[in-house]
Design a protein around this ligand. Structure first.
Ligand SMILES: [Zn+2]
Length: 423
């Protein structure tokens, strides 16, 4: 267990916070610090063809050790951390044999990680937890994933009796600002399919995510002295308000879960003359996603119809842009890649928890770039904040899952039951 802890700590103590306001890739220079270390480490453990691009994308190969043909598969994670919370001077704390009580992260600032609030903690009683000191995030998202992939590759290199095909490893910058897949060279990677090791609790296996779009809606108004405004003023603030009221009341993030979609108004600013409303649209169902976009057009048209005579032109302009799509469409035709991961988990005594992601992953973008890419747990909880923690046992299980997936992929029919021939 100690080598995993040491490796993980060597990564999280390097600040790799990404920055959405930066136009460069990687978005922050400091991401190179960990990237360069990872290149050296991959070479040291014996990986082949270790490359790093001018944008800090790392790729490496573990050659096949069998004669027969096996599909090339890949494992991917990201080394940046979220700009939502500081990732500088991370001081990990190790809680051995966790007793199920409150964990004081920072006595001076009275910051406590409590199972009364974070109930998930209780399933890790008796395990070893790595937490923050309450002043930073931890960076288990996704340095746990990197730890697991490197450890699994090292294990396979040291255990040549485990038979596997060619395995590719990919580490990316800037996932947390939505750009992790942007400069990922799928052709160079050369895998038939891959897995991001970027999920949360042990057992998570995800291959469905939202279809996503963002809308910017501009309302134009007419400012007139309020004392003499009758029949003349058009207050764009009030029209934006009408627009919001025309959206479904219950279909908002705080009222939805599972497969429910939503509209989420996240920015509203304006004056009488002009108001800009920004919202995002999310739905797992492609059909409902399209319907939601249609609703935006319908409300826009309705308001325009009402005011067009008075104003002389359209007063509402809606610009809707698709952001990403549900990877299910790309993964379902190759469903065995999910079945292999589920079987691998069961074989190492992890119960697969298959559920839809209420967001997107790098894997969903990669799936649409030709690399089907479900997401597997990396083990951490409470990402992007000071309560982030990871049980070492969960990381250990993720290592075992990676090794088992490599092993199953080299078996006839991937070790999956062959469907019975119809009579
Ligand atoms: Zn992540």
């Amino acid at each position: 267990m100690q080598p995993i802890i040491d490796r993980f700590i060597s990564y999280v103590t390097i600040d790799t916070e990404s920055d959405s306001k930066s136009a460069t890739t990687p978005s922050t220079q400091k991401q190179w610090d960990l990237a360069n270390l990872l290149v050296t480490e991959l070479k040291t453990i014996g990986m082949q063809d270790v490359t790093i691009s001018d944008k800090a994308y790392i790729m490496a190969t573990l050659p096949s050790n069998v004669e027969h043909e096996v599909p090339t598969i890949g494992f991917i994670s990201h080394f940046d951390t979220s700009p939502d919370f500081s990732g500088a001077n991370v001081k990990p704390q190790i809680i051995r044999d966790y007793d199920g009580n409150d964990i004081v992260l920072n006595a001076a600032q009275n910051i406590v990680l409590s199972p009364n609030y974070f109930k998930d903690l209780l399933q890790y009683k008796g395990q070893t937890l790595i937490t923050t000191d309450g002043t930073t995030l931890l960076g288990a998202d996704d340095k746990a994933g990197i730890t697991e992939i490197v450890t699994a590759m090292e294990y396979l290199i040291n255990h040549p009796e485990i038979k596997h095909g060619e395995i590719k490893v990919g580490f990316t910058p800037d996932e947390e600002i939505g750009r992790g897949a942007h400069h990922f060279d799928v052709a160079q990677f050369g895998a038939e399919w891959a897995y991001t090791m970027d999920g949360s609790q042990v057992g998570e296996l995800e291959y469905e995510n939202f279809n996503a779009a963002g809308a910017t809606i501009t309302f134009k108004g007419k400012s007139v002295h309020p004392g003499y405004a009758k029949g003349k003023m058009i207050n764009s603030l009030l029209i934006a308000n009408d627009f919001i009221n025309a959206l479904p009341k219950k279909g908002i993030p705080q009222e939805t879960k599972g497969y429910d979609g939503f509209f989420h108004v996240h920015h509203l600013a304006g004056t009488i003359e002009e108001t800009v409303l920004e919202l995002i649209i999310r739905d797992h169902s492609k059909l409902k996603f399209e319907k939601r976009k249609e609703l935006i057009s319908k409300i826009t048209a309705k308001i325009n119809k009402k005011y067009s005579k008075q104003f002389g032109e359209d007063i509402v302009i809606a610009v809707v842009e698709d952001q990403y799509y549900n990877m299910k469409e790309k993964v379902t035709p190759v469903k065995h890649i999910v079945d292999i991961a589920a079987k691998a988990m069961k074989e190492v005594n992890v119960k697969p928890i298959i559920k839809p992601i209420r967001g997107g992953t790098d894997g969903c973008q990669l799936s649409y770039m030709g690399l089907p890419c479900p997401n597997i747990f990396a083990g951490g909880h409470n990402f992007h904040g000071k309560y982030e923690y990871v049980p070492v046992e969960s990381m250990q299980k993720a290592v075992e899952v990676i090794v088992k997936i490599a092993e199953l992929t080299a078996l006839p029919n991937y070790g999956l039951p062959v469907p019975k021939a119809k009579k």
